[in-house]
Design a protein around this ligand. Structure first.
Ligand SMILES: [Zn+2]
Length: 59
């Protein structure tokens, strides 16, 4: 049996997944920690998420 690991897996180790609840429909969207400074749209309703208002992003 081969137990190979994907080389990219180690690089993603420090990444955290934040959960941002849509202010409009309440759907929880997963946002990676390195994408917090990008714009995100809710996967449920397409509303533009304001990640600065997410609990997840407040230090
Ligand atoms: Zn939504």
């Amino acid at each position: 049996m081969e137990t190979q690991h994907c080389p990219g897996f180690e690089n993603n180790k420090s990444l955290r997944v934040h959960t941002c609840k849509c202010q409009k429909c309440g759907k929880e969207n997963e946002i990676f920690s390195d994408e917090l400074n990008k714009k995100h749209k809710c996967q449920g309703c397409g509303n533009e998420l304001d990640v600065t208002k997410c609990d997840c992003c407040i230090p």
